[in-house]
Design a binder for this molecule. Structure first.
Ligand code: PLP
Length: 424
């Protein structure tokens, strides 16, 4: 398949007549079976996104380490494992999930500022591709643990190139100097020298992750140039690297903006790395799954007050945190019959918090109690950030492929909510 025939616009969600479909599955019918709130993912769309990026990076040896924290459902991970994906993990729990889903250990990279000794041990025993080390303390502990086990931990240092990534919310910026992430560029050389002398460390790569929802290639390029300078300095000192991890953060379209395309990213990056003899690792999360998921919720009540109209739904911030945590924008539409009067409304959940909303001051078609709403572009950081706050069982998740809908996580029950509590 050549780039010319590769589809870039998946029809994951579309209308057939008045009805909203995921691939060939009628969403209203799906809700009859599984209830609300319900997360629905298009397996085909997930695989298409993976394929697009894989294709764009094909001129260089590369590893797409999907960021499990974006959406760690085993069904989603299996769909990606099938494509040959690796995983970027940030905990022992994610390691367990990735392995369980059939992602080979040698395609797993371990990121995160607070890895614990047992997590390091588990990842060493599994035989992962590499650890993205974020501090001196972590480096020394990892060396000790690996040395005790008679192995060397494959390591990349996560450097902080002090790039102000233009991501829409401060909480998703990680590349500037004043975040908790990474090792300041000025300290990197020194720490690499130490790493090269540690008995339990095998220095293999360099890593950078500048933030999330990045819509232009430029910040990547700025970071890359600095990182390549470091690679060269290291080579002069006899510290040869074999991979370069550029992190995740590829942005998608939530509203009018355009997402970054795999080819724009690749065209900017590849000319700088192809002659370097380095494997290119990327850690996309949102880019792969974001647009492939939606959340269906039922309207409970319509209420007016204080000059505002509230649409109260059975999904709240415990089910989808992005609107309140990141001021995330998600398109909202009626699942069924359309053509109603358009009104301005706040779409809010049932949680006892003013911050519990899905959309504020949004122009939508006026729903009635009982109607279903689709909240779009929630495949990433949707379910994975959900909680049981207010003692609300977490939603079910369904993975759709063609006309098949597979329940990949059953709805939690009231019993699940108290199951772990002991000593009563
Ligand atoms: C969260 C994260 C990612 C994925 O970010 P996206 O914006 O979802 O692509 C990749 N790498 C690291 C280190 C992360 O923390």
């Amino acid at each position: 398949m050549g780039p010319g025939v590769l589809s870039t616009n998946s029809a994951a969600f579309h209308r057939q007549g008045d009805d909203l479909f995921c691939e060939d599955v009628d969403l209203a019918a799906l809700v009859e079976q599984h209830g609300t709130p319900l997360y629905v993912y298009s397996r085909t769309a997930i695989q298409e996104r993976y394929r697009e990026l894989d294709w764009a990076l094909s001129p260089v040896p590369h590893l797409i380490a999907y960021s499990v924290k974006a959406n760690g459902n085993l069904g989603v991970l299996r769909a990606l494992a099938e494509m040959g994906a690796g995983a970027d993990i940030v905990s022992g729990g994610e390691l367990h999930r990735a392995l369980l889903a059939g992602i080979p250990a040698e395609r797993i990279v371990f990121s995160g500022v607070g890895k614990t000794a047992p997590e390091m041990a588990a990842a060493l025993d599994a035989g992962i591709h590499g650890f993205n080390v974020e501090s001196e303390g972590e480096l020394r502990l990892l060396s000790e643990i690996a040395h005790q086990r008679g192995v060397r931990a494959p390591v990349a240092l996560r450097v902080n190139p002090d790039v102000q990534s233009p991501t829409p919310h401060a909480y998703t910026r990680t590349g500037h100097a004043a975040t908790k992430f990474g090792i300041p560029m000025a300290r990197a050389l020194e720490l690499y020298r130490e790493a090269a002398t540690l008995p339990g460390i095998h220095v293999r790569g360099v890593d950078v992750h500048i933030g999330s929802q990045i819509l232009q290639p430029d910040p990547y390029l700025l970071a890359l140039v600095q990182v390549l300078e470091l690679v060269e300095q290291l080579a002069h000192e006899g510290i040869g690297l074999d991979y370069l991890d550029l992190g995740g953060g590829l942005g998608i379209a939530y509203t009018g903006e355009e997402g970054i395309s795999a080819s724009a990213f690749a065209d900017a990056i590849i000319p700088h790395v192809e002659s370097k003899g380095l494997q290119l690792v990327v850690e996309p999360g949102r880019y792969i799954v974001g647009a492939a998921g939606l959340l269906i919720t039922r309207v409970l009540y319509i209420k007016e007050g204080g000059g505002k109209r509230f649409v109260i739904t059975d999904a709240g911030m415990n089910d989808l945190l992005r609107p309140s945590h990141y001021e995330g924008y998600h398109r909202v539409e009626l699942v069924g019959r359309r053509g109603r009067e358009r009104v301005l409304a706040d779409v809010v959940g049932p949680i006892c918090e003013t911050g519990d909303f899905l959309a504020l001051d949004r122009e939508i078609e006026l729903p009635e109690p009982g109607d279903l709403l689709a909240i779009h572009t929630v495949g990433a950081y949707g379910f994975s950030m959900s909680s049981t706050y207010n003692q609300r069982p977490r939603p079910a998740e369904v993975l759709v492929e063609d006309d098949k809908a597979m329940l990949v996580r059953r709805r939690e029950t009231i019993e699940d909510l108290v199951a772990g509590e002991v000593g009563l």
